[in-house]
Design a protein around this ligand. Structure first.
Ligand code: AGP
Length: 608
C-alpha cells in the first residue's frame, strides 16, 4: 500500500526513482511524485494524480539531483489529486517527505501547527510530518535530529523518507509498522518500501525494525532508535530472481503468476516431504512433537484470500489431524477481545507479511501469551518476524494485486502442516503415504490445468457479460467457491457471491435466472450426489451452470463442464481452484479491466 523509493549517490537520482516507482506501482497507483536535491541545487518537486507513467511524462529533462525520494500513492486521507500526492513540502520548500502508513493524531497536530503559522496545502495526514520536521529544524540541527524529534510527537504507523535541500548529503528514513529496506550499492545507496524496487541495482539489503531510523549517505548508513541509541544491522542477500519482477513476455503479471504455480508448489514442497515416515518436515515451526501433541485446537487468521486459504487449511487440519480448526478474518479477530487459550495454536497467514490487521491480530495473541505460527511468503517481513515460528512459502514474489500462486502455496503449506500434525496424532502411515503421493502429483496436475488456458478463456468470454455470478461448493468446496468469487469480483468487477451449495435452497435460489449463472464445484467425492441434486435445482430455474468437475455431469445438469485431474479428496480443492483463477483472469481481460492493478485496491494493506 503506497510505495517509497530513495537514492543518494554520484548519479542522477531521477531515472532510478521513476523506474523504482514503476516497480512498486502495484502497491498503490492513484498518484505519484518525486523530489530531488543536490549541493546548492535547492529542491525540485514533481507530483501528479494518476500513474507513474503520467509522472514520468511530467518530469522535464532538467529535473536532476544526486539525492532524491519518490512515492506512489493509494489514497487514505484525501482524494487522489496533485495536491495530495507525495512528496509533501514545508512552507519554505526546504524539506520533502514521502510516507506510507497513517498518522492517527494528524488532526490535533494540524491544529497546533496551524496556530504556529504552518500553512497546509493538502488534505493528507502526511503533511503534518513535514511541518513538524521544519518546526524542529534550526541553525546547526542535523536532519536526523529534526526527524527524530518530529516522530516523537506522532501516533500512528509510518515508513518515511525525508530529504533536506540544505543537507543534501543524506536521506533520513524511519520505520514504524510500514516497511523500509535499505539497498547497499557501490558508493551509492538506495532505500525503498519493498525490495522489488532495488533488485536491479543491488542484492544487499538491510531491513529496518519498527522504531528504527537510518541516516543514509552515498558511502553508507547509520541506524539508531527513536531514543537515539545506535543499532547494528547486518545486510542480508535477496535471493528472489530478478525475472520475477518482470512480466517476461506475458500480457500481465497475473497470468504469469498463474502459470508459475507448478514451480511455486515445487518450491513450497522442496525438502519437506519425508517418504520414509510418510510425513512432512517443517523445521521452522520451532515446536517438537511433544508440544504439538498438546495442541487441542488450531485457529487460523488472515485477511481476504489469505483467510480463504486458511479455511482450506482448517479443513485439511481437521481431516488429517482430527484437531478442531477454523479460520477467521484477522481484521475481525483483533477487535473482538478474543479468548486466547494455552492449548490453541494460532496460525497467521499472509503473502506480504505486512497486512496491518493480520499483524495486529498476531500482536494481540502474543500479548495474551498465545503461540503464533506464520504461513508467510515474504522472508523477514513484519508478520514473519512477529511469529514464534512458521512456514515460508517460497512461492517467489507476487506482484499482481490478486493473489494466485501465493494462495496455492499457502494451501500446500497447510497440507504439509496437517500431514505433520496428523502423523504425530492418529493419521495412519498408509494415509500419510497417500497424502505424500498426492502432494508430489500436484505440480504436474496444475500444469495440466493451466494448459487448458484457451478453453477457459472461451468459457470466460461467454460468461463475462452476465449480471453477476453465484459460486457454490460443499464442505471442502466452499472455501474454493469463496476464493473463486473473490478473484472474479476483484479483477473483473463482476458481482460474485459464494454460497455453500447446501444453503442455496435456504434463500439465494431466489436469485437464480439466466442472467445469474452459477459456477459449481462438483468433485467426485462422497458429496457428489448432493451436488448433482443442487445442479438440478438450478437448471430447473433456467440457471446456467458451469461445472468444475472430475467427471462430466449429465448435460441436463450443466451448461458447460470443465474437467480437472483428480488427486486425493483432501487435496482436490487446490486443483479445483486453479481454473477459477484462469476464469477470473480471462473474464477481466474480456471486459478490458486493468488486470494487475484493479480499481480501489492495492497489493498489501498496511493500514487499518
Ligand atoms: C487477494 O487476491 C487479495 N488481493 C487480498 O484479499 C489479499 O489476499 C489480502 O489483502 C491479504 O494479503 P496478505 O496475504 O498479503 O496478507
Amino acid at each position: 500500500m503506497c510505495g517509497i523509493v530513495a537514492y543518494i549517490g554520484p548519479k542522477d537520482a531521477t531515472p532510478f526513482l521513476l523506474e523504482g516507482l514503476q516497480r512498486l506501482e502495484y502497491r498503490g497507483y492513484d498518484s505519484a511524485g518525486v523530489a530531488v536535491t543536490g549541493k546548492g541545487a535547492g529542491l525540485k518537486v514533481r507530483k501528479t494524480k494518476g500513474r507513474v507513467a503520467d509522472l514520468a511524462a511530467a518530469v522535464p529533462a532538467r529535473f536532476k539531483g544526486s539525492t532524491g525520494i519518490g512515492h506512489t500513492r493509494w489514497a487514505t486521507h484525501g482524494e487522489p489529486s496533485d495536491a495530495n500526492a507525495h512528496p509533501h513540502l514545508d512552507n519554505a520548500g526546504r524539506f520533502a517527505v514521502v510516507h506510507n502508513g497513517i498518522i492517527e493524531n494528524a488532526d490535533q497536530l494540524r491544529v497546533r501547527l496551524t496556530a504556529e503559522g504552518a500553512v497546509f496545502s493538502s488534505e493528507t495526514d502526511t503533511e503534518v510530518l513535514v511541518h513538524l520536521i521544519a518546526a524542529h529544524s534550526g541553525e546547526g540541527v542535523e536532519l536526523e535530529e529534526a526527524v527524530r524529534a518530529a516522530l516523537k510527537l506522532v501516533v500512528g504507523t509510518y515508513g518515511i523518507a525525508v530529504v533536506d535541500a540544505e543537507q543534501p548529503d543524506r536521506i533520513v528514513v524511519a520505520r514504524n509498522g510500514s516497511p523500509i529496506v535499505l539497498g547497499l550499492g557501490e558508493k551509492e545507496m538506495f532505500a525503498a518500501s519493498d525490495v522489488a524496487a532495488l533488485v536491479r541495482y543491488t542484492r544487499q539489503v538491510v531491513h529496518l525494525e519498527d522504531g528504527e531510523l537510518a541516516v543514509v549517505r552515498a558511502d553508507g548508513f547509520r541506524t539508531f532508535t527513536e531514543d537515539a541509541r545506535p543499532t547494528t544491522r547486518q545486510p542480508s542477500t535477496v535471493d528472489w530472481e530478478i525475472d520475477s519482477y518482470d512480466t517476461a513476455g506475458h500480457a500481465h503479471f497475473l497470468i504469469k503468476e498463474i502459470h508459475e504455480q507448478p514451480s511455486a508448489v515445487e518450491r513450497t514442497l522442496s525438502g519437506r516431504l519425508d517418504e520414509r515416515f510418510a510425513t512432512a518436515h517443517l523445521g521452522g515451526l520451532n515446536m517438537d512433537a511433544r508440544e504439538l501433541r498438546d495442541i487441542r485446537r488450531v485457529k487460523i487468521i488472515g485477511c481476504g484470500s489469505a483467510y480463504y486459504a486458511g479455511q482450506m487449511g482448517a479443513q485439511l487440519i481437521e481431516e488429517l489431524a482430527r484437531i478442531p480448526a477454523d479460520s477467521e478474518p484477522a481484521s475481525e479477530f483483533r477487535y473482538r477481545n478474543p479468548v486466547i487459550e494455552a492449548d490453541t495454536l494460532y496460525v497467521a497467514v499472509s503473502q506480504s507479511g505486512e497486512t496491518y490487521d493480520t499483524l495486529a491480530a498476531v500482536q494481540e495473541v502474543k500479548r495474551k501469551g498465545g503461540r503464533v505460527l506464520g504461513v508467510v511468503n515474504t522472508v523477514g517481513s513484519a508478520i514473519a518476524r512477529a511469529c514464534d515460528g512458521g512456514i515460508y512459502l517460497h512461492a517467489g514474489p507476487e506482484i499482481s494485486v490478486a493473489s494466485t500462486k501465493a494462495f496455492t502455496s499457502t494451501v500446500v503449506a497447510f497440507a504439509l502442516l496437517a500431514l505433520h500434525f496428523g502423523r504425530i496424532n492418529d493419521l495412519s502411515p498408509a494415509d500419510g503415504r497417500r497424502i505424500v503421493e498426492g502432494l508430489k502429483a500436484l505440480p504436474g496436475q496444475i500444469r495440466e490445468i493451466v494448459e487448458k488456458d484457451k478453453e477457459i478463456a472461451e468459457l470466460a468470454a461467454e460468461y463475462a457479460d452476465c449480471e453477476g455470478m453465484m459460486f457454490i461448493g460443499r464442505v471442502r468446496g466452499y472455501p474454493v467457491a469463496r476464493e473463486g468469487a473473490q478473484k472474479l469480483k476483484e479483477i473483473s468487477y463482476v458481482h460474485a457471491e459464494a454460497y455453500p451449495a447446501s444453503e442455496l435452497k435456504h434463500g439465494p435460489l431466489a436469485l437464480i435466472s439466466p442472467e445469474l449463472p452459477t459456477v459449481a464445484l462438483v468433485p467426485d467425492d462422497e458429496l457428489l450426489d448432493k451436488n448433482l441434486t443442487t445442479l438440478g435445482e438450478i437448471r430447473a430455474r433456467a440457471g446456467r451452470v458451469l461445472a468444475i468437475a472430475h467427471t462430466a455431469p449429465d448435460p441436463k445438469l450443466a451448461t458447460h463442464t470443465l474437467l480437472v485431474p483428480r488427486n486425493e479428496p483432501e487435496l482436490d480443492p487446490l486443483l479445483l481452484n486453479i481454473p477459477l483463477q484462469l476464469f477470473a483472469y480471462h473474464a477481466a481481460v474480456a471486459l478490458q479491466r486493468d488486470v494487475d492493478k484493479p480499481r480501489n485496491l492495492a497489493k498489501s494493506v498496511t493500514v487499518e
